[in-house]
Design a protein around this ligand. Sequence first.
Ligand code: CMP
Length: 145
Amino acid sequence: KKEKTLAMIKPDGLNYTDDFKRIVNDFGFSILRELTMQLDEDDVKLFYAEHSKRSFFPNLVKYMTSGPVFVMVLEKVNAVADWRALIGPTDARKAKITDPHSIRAMCGLDSQRNCVHGSDSLQSATREISFFFREIVSTGKGKNL
Ligand code: CMP
């Protein structure tokens, strides 16, 4: 079944935007929407609300506000799981060993600075897409998609 997922290139990954687009195309995703924006502290608190009590959260806010992010809505059959598989494990150090061809192995550094995000479920994808692209959800019918 066709799914949409949210892919976000974090501030440390912005230089790799062309590589990301090539990978996205090579693996058969359609890019439905894209935007570049600077997140502020409130944005990060809202987007990563589920992590707000974690000890790493203050550092996550600093990292995610350190420069612009590049966000894409990707679509294809099994998009959520396929994008997660392409980006590799959260800890980029681990990715370099277990998934050397993954995106995080390519441009990430450690468990925080992992250069890219992918929704972890269909439910998260819906929430995260609506965070950046309100109209996709508010029209309710995926108009213009
Ligand atoms: P992401 O997959 O976008 O989801 C939550 C983010 O929090 C994660 O990528 C990392 O950037 C960060 N993160 C997760 N776990 C840790 C950790 N143990 N230490 C520091 N940052 C983390």
